[in-house]
Write a protein that binds this ligand. Sequence first.
Ligand SMILES: Cc1cc2nc3c(=O)[nH]c(=O)nc-3n(C[C@H](O)[C@H](O)[C@H](O)COP(=O)(O)OP(=O)(O)OC[C@H]3O[C@@H](n4cnc5c(N)ncnc54)[C@H](O)[C@@H]3O)c2cc1C
Length: 432
Amino acid sequence: MKLSEKIVVVGGGLAGLSAAARLASKGFAVQLLEKAPKLGGRAITIPLKGFNFNFGAHAIYGRDHSVLRKYESEIGLHVNWKDFSPKKAFYDLGSFTTPMPSTLERLYRTKILDAENKLRLAYDVIKTLSAIERGKEGVLIGDYLKKEPDQVRDFLLTLASSNFFTNEPENIPSPLFFRYYKRLFATHTPVSYIGGGWQSIVDGLAKIISDNGGEIIPKEKAQKLEIEGRKIVAVHGKERVYKADRFIFCIPPKELVALFTDTPYQGLFEEYSRYRPNQVVVYDVGLSERIDSPYTYIYHKGERVFITDISYYDETCTPEGGQLMQAVAYLTQDEIDQDKANEKVSVIESVYDKHYPGWRDKLVAKRLSKRATVQEIKCIEDQRLMPVEFYSLSNAYFAGDWCEGDGQLSELSFSSAYEVTNRILDHKKVLQ
Ligand SMILES: Cc1cc2nc3c(=O)[nH]c(=O)nc-3n(C[C@H](O)[C@H](O)[C@H](O)COP(=O)(O)OP(=O)(O)OC[C@H]3O[C@@H](n4cnc5c(N)ncnc54)[C@H](O)[C@@H]3O)c2cc1C
């Protein structure tokens, strides 16, 4: 294979950065274009009054099986894993709190299930792990779980709410649900945070690109394409034209439709640009001093709001002695359509009041986003993720959390990018 093959990557979020870093480290000549001044996309870190707020991603689910592990071993990406403490993760059931059953010992202690249903859940976990339970094509998980006792069904839907970041877990297709949990139940570390914040991953990937001779071009929006037959020949930026052998597009479907406008390929992306994103309300607070609490993670089941004490795991995100917490409220499509985000803000504040009394007096900085896109395509009902490659376009690849891959959220970005780089490395395509 001609290793000096030239690759242009469009989009400098986690997908674009990880694809570019892997290919640069394998000897490809890589150029990465990012329209924003800063790299990272939805995983950027925003400094404010001495606090570092992660705009988007916070946690990695199922670290043992995360593609990030491959980036660590293969290309030397350093990840400062901070595994969450199961002993400090609780459910708030309104009138009392109870351990989140994330380990066997916590399952034994939790009051979210009675003894009989604990056994039933343990049995279901074994069936999921051994792929005896795989769901059924065409059946949503809410319907599929109707055969389960109410407590177990309710628990599994609550779990899916927090892993898929959704207020409508019942609408997840049942095969996807079981595929996801087969992977997650097999891990020893269901949730991990990142020391140094997600900025450290963004910086680490950018450094691997530069150290291997790759070029990163910020403030460069891909605006137009030159196409000959089934091949892309060049991407046009503001002033420069980028020619390459292959192109990886790590920009969301709506941006793809705009970029491919007036080409024969625009229609490929339209279906995916119409699907609904997964949106949440995020309300992060930076406090001047820590408020003692038995929890580092508390999930208010009734309100479907969770709070994580990020600074417990990553001490670099606050000034000395401070505390940074993240709250997320899940939204249904109806809530988004009816603009209910404001109501969620006061709900979140009441959950902070309940578990971190006095937080308002210590508030130094906050970040509120009433409609943050957690995943570009929400995996519910008939919404489908986009393929990483189309047969009709011979030298273009696609990655991002709207593309087919493993896991959900950022794991989809990493895994789709990894798959794309595998395809390029495998040299499955013959350059004309
Ligand atoms: C509030 C919140 C909480 C989250 N929590 C978690 C979590 O706990 N765990 C987790 O795993 N994930 C989480 N996520 C999801 C995670 O942040 C995303 O899945 C991930 O960052 C998406 O990366 P991406 O590269 O696929 O897409 P993006 O980040 O959207 O990257 C696309 C990039 O392309 C650029 N671009 C667009 N058009 C062009 C163009 N024409 N030319 C050049 N550049 C262009 C954009 O500027 C952007 O940088 C969260 C997200 C949010 C918002």
